[in-house]
Design a protein around this ligand. Structure first.
Ligand SMILES: *Cc1c(COP(=O)(O)O)cnc(C)c1O
Length: 369
């Protein structure tokens, strides 16, 4: 219990950054992905608090768009999703932790069983009445039965006793269509489906959906693309609508002389007279320090480089190219030309990590629905 007299810090208006999440764009992205494979159903992967976008806001919007099946990573996330989605099918990806079967049963959650002992455990709880998914590992070596183990289950009554209602696998490199591993996984999964013919199948994540019909099977499992990530990074244009915008007003402007430095450890030196702008967000807000001296923000549509090391709560921009920039002018850190994939690349990571790291100090607003 918190003492009511102790104020807890809360995001509020001020210098800090504003995070806006476009819920109608999420719904539209779900419909676009579903339309890629009209003969398959389309689920939504909403693990990690809906990829950082906020499960409580996102789940009802996807439900209203027509989504009936949801995937999360952990039992705790499944319980949160169940409270928001009383009717939905909710699968929990990370497998059955020993002793948690009754909690799954009570909340009507479906474990994604990733090993033979998990299958046996769940059969005891289910007795053929509570559904689950079977995860087969076709190349990730992470979670799931081996293909050989899965093939031995052909015709085994254990599948019915464990209520196996879905067989699934996960692609290693779906965003790289030329990788040979895709064809190997597609073939391995087809063989498993043939051995377990009465069980619906699911293989495609966001990028997998764009690899063609052989990957679609019965249920699509997009996550990243729902939130605006580019499922086809090998194409110039992103087919998804932008969902996340991160903007911060300039807190201060200063003019500096050639040879002066910016930020901790003087890791940037002005080569000429420069105009610098300071923004009130930093790595404590999930904006990666790795983007120091590499990333950009957009000010009045102009790419302004991040200069010096990103601090815990502050970022310095070189706004020399935008003479009209002043205190209060908005800088865009995510949005428009700075899409998630671009921001991820500038920080030596991927857009997924940018999304799931979005901080808690931002003033969040949700638009559309
Ligand atoms: C996270 C995850 C997905 C969704 O992947 P995206 O690339 O975000 O679309 C699908 N399936 C599994 C097993 C996952 O772990």
């Amino acid at each position: 219990m918190r003492d009511a007299a102790i104020p807890t810090p809360r995001a509020g208006p001020g210098h800090g950054a504003r995070l806006s999440i476009n819920l109608s764009a999420i719904a539209e992205n779900w419909r676009r992905l579903a339309a890629q494979a009209p003969q398959a159903a389309c689920a939504a992967v909403v693990k990690a608090d809906a990829y950082g976008c906020g499960l409580a806001a996102v789940a009802p919007v996807l439900r209203r768009a027509g989504c009936r099946t949801f995937f999360v990573a952990h039992l705790s996330e499944g319980l949160a999703a169940r409270a928001l989605l009383p009717e939905a099918e909710i699968y929990v990806l990370n497998g059955l932790v020993p002793g948690t079967g009754p909690a799954y049963a009570e909340a009507n959650l479906r474990p994604v069983l990733g090993a033979l002992d998990e299958l046996a455990d769940w059969a005891e709880v289910s007795q053929g009445t509570l559904p689950a998914a079977l995860h087969v590992d076709t190349g990730m070596n992470r979670l799931g039965l081996s293909p050989a183990e899965a093939l031995t289950l052909s015709g085994d009554p254990l599948l019915d006793r464990a209520g196996v209602a879905l067989v699934m696998s996960h692609l290693v490199s779906a965003e790289c269509p030329d990788e040979a591993v895709n064809a190997r996984q597609i073939a391995a999964f087809a063989a498993i489906r043939a051995a377990l013919p009465s069980i619906p199948g699911s293989l495609a994540n966001s990028s997998g959906i764009h690899l063609g019909r052989k990957v679609h099977h019965d249920l699509l499992r997009p996550g990243y693309a729902l939130f605006g990530g580019n499922p086809m990074p090998y194409r110039e244009t992103n087919p998804m609508r932008e969902v996340v915008r991160l903007e911060a007003p300039i807190a201060q402007i200063r003019e500096i002389q050639p040879g002066e430095t910016a930020g901790y450890n003087a890791r940037w030196t002005a080569p000429a007279p420069r105009r610098l702008a300071t923004l009130s967000l930093g790595y404590a807000d999930g904006f990666p320090r790795m983007a120091s001296n590499r990333g950009y923000a957009l000010v009045a549509g102009v790419f302004c480089p991040i200069v010096g090391l990103i601090s815990m709560d502050l970022i310095i921009l070189d706004v020399t190219a935008v003479p009209e920039a002043r205190r209060g002018t908005l800088a865009t850190l995510i949005g428009d030309a700075l899409d998630l994939d671009t921001v991820g690349r500038a920080a030596g990571t991927i857009g997924y990590e940018i999304l799931t790291g979005l901080g808690s100090r931002y003033v969040r607003s949700y638009n559309g629905s």
